[in-house]
Ligand binder design. Structure first.
Ligand code: 5CA
Ligand code: ZN
Length: 403
């Protein structure tokens, strides 16, 4: 599927530091050590509503990873999916009386426009689930061959009993797993299951629902195996970063990691599991199902997208926080200060600032720390005539903000 257009990224003098990121699975900040190519898979949107600030915050976090790796000299292979066939999408399409494909196409297009406006670097592969049903079916066949599946009627389930690493990503206890599984699209109470946490790989055809042919009958894929199959096809096992918001730790990334492990025999499926915090609004996590949303496309009508970007960067990517309009006001003021500072004929030492900002970013994407350093640079006087140009390039290349 078509991705979106890439902004130009200025090349900075010297090289960025090796990037350290917090890995949910090992619960520590670790150096990412891409061997040559740096491979990243980030879970994409379910396109039934417009991009909200929570989505934007998550994609921005991984944009910083992308930019830091490039700055450190890596060729980045970035893959993202879009979940363009799923229960909430089908339900919304039916409720508003539009064809589900039309709804998905419309929302994906809006997402692309939002990502472009926020200067998020596009993935190399932007993959719709409906484009790769055969690849997904192939992974399910491999799981079947390894004895990891069973059927309930026309549906195919993955058996937790076949997954020796189950629990390794989230570290959650059984009770938490069951609760989150029920809340996030799972079916712990379904009759006929061997274990409440077994999950759906293939949903047999239902009247009125889209379906595709497969070696195990007509139907459509379950959620987790979609991302597993797309990551395997484009990146292969042992890729560097599997990313998304923290609401994907369980069940999505836990179950996907097990599918990858059992299908390929290789562990870990991803070398680091990286999760962005949740953005709330009016006291609760911003979510399409709750409807407490601030849409990027609406905010863009009244605000400079670079101010929106800066407002998000002001919070560390792993923290949970609440959106309030004054965050945008603060970001607008900061943007104006920075723009004035890089328009000066000279400023404080630019190379020294670049080195310190690189340190902050390499330290688990400490964007707030980087912002504070740039604030201090902008507020001080100096006689380095090359600094304003260098700082403009740095803010563009590492933070994605065009001044
Ligand atoms: N299509 C699946 C992933 S395969 C999905 O979760 N789609 S989504 O549209 O619900 O979310 C897209 C991305 O935004 C996911 O990475 C999710 O973790 C993240 N996200 C959703 N809500 C928020 C929020 N309130 N704050 C931060 N990130 C969020
Ligand atoms: Zn996913």
């Amino acid at each position: 599927m078509r991705s979106w257009s890439a902004p130009k990224v200025p090349k900075l003098p010297g090289s960025g530091l090796p990037l350290r990121l917090y890995d949910t699975a090992t619960r520590e900040v670790r150096e990412t050590e891409p061997s040559g190519k740096a491979r990243m898979y980030v879970c994409g949107i379910t396109p039934y509503d417009a991009t909200h600030l929570g989505h934007a915050n998550t994609y921005l976090a991984f944009d910083l990873v992308n930019r830091a790796w490039r700055d450190a000299g890596h060729d980045v292979h970035y893959t993202q999916n879009t979940t363009d066939v799923d229960d909430p999408l089908l339900e919304r399409a039916q409720a508003i009386g539009v064809d589900w494909r039309e709804l998905a196409d419309r929302e994906i297009e809006l997402f692309r426009t939002d990502m472009e406006a926020l200067r998020i670097l596009p993935p190399r592969d932007y993959v719709a689930v409906t484009e790769v049903i055969d690849d997904i079916a192939e992974v399910i066949v491999r799981l079947m061959e390894r004895g990891a599946t069973y059927r309930i009627g026309d549906d195919v389930y993955f058996s937790v009993a076949a997954a020796p690493k189950f629990g390794a990503i989230s570290g959650y206890d059984e009770e938490t797993m069951r609760r989150l599984f029920a809340e996030r699209g799972g079916d712990p109470g379904r009759a006929g299951k061997r274990n409440p946490l077994d999950w759906l790989l293939w949903r047999g055809e239902r009247p009125g629902e889209p379906s595709w042919e497969s070696p195990f009958g007509r139907g459509r894929p379950g959620w987790h195996v979609e991302c597993t199959a797309i990551a395997l096809r484009h990146l292969g096992p042992g890729f560097d970063v599997s990313g998304g918001g923290s609401d994907l730790i369980f069940p999505h990334h836990e179950m996907g990691a097990c599918e990858g492990h059992v299908a390929t025999g290789e562990w870990p499926f991803a070398r680091a599991y990286v999760h962005a915090g949740m953005v709330a609004y009016e006291g609760e996590k911003m979510s399409k199902s709750r409807g407490n949303l601030v849409f990027v496309s609406e905010l863009r009508r009244e605000a400079d997208p670079m101010a929106i970007r800066l407002a998000l960067l002001a919070r560390h990517y792993r923290s949970d926080w609440e959106w309030t309009p004054d965050r945008l006001t603060e970001a607008e003021a900061r943007l104006a200060r920075w723009r004035a500072a890089v328009a000066r004929p000279a400023g404080p030492d630019g190379a020294a600032l670049l080195a310190r900002v690189r340190e902050r970013i390499a330290d688990d994407l400490d964007a707030p720390g980087a912002l504070a350093l740039i604030d201090a640079w902008a507020a001080a006087d100096g006689d380095d005539a090359s600094a304003p140009g260098l700082v403009r390039d740095m803010v563009d290349a590492l933070l994605g903000v065009a001044l």
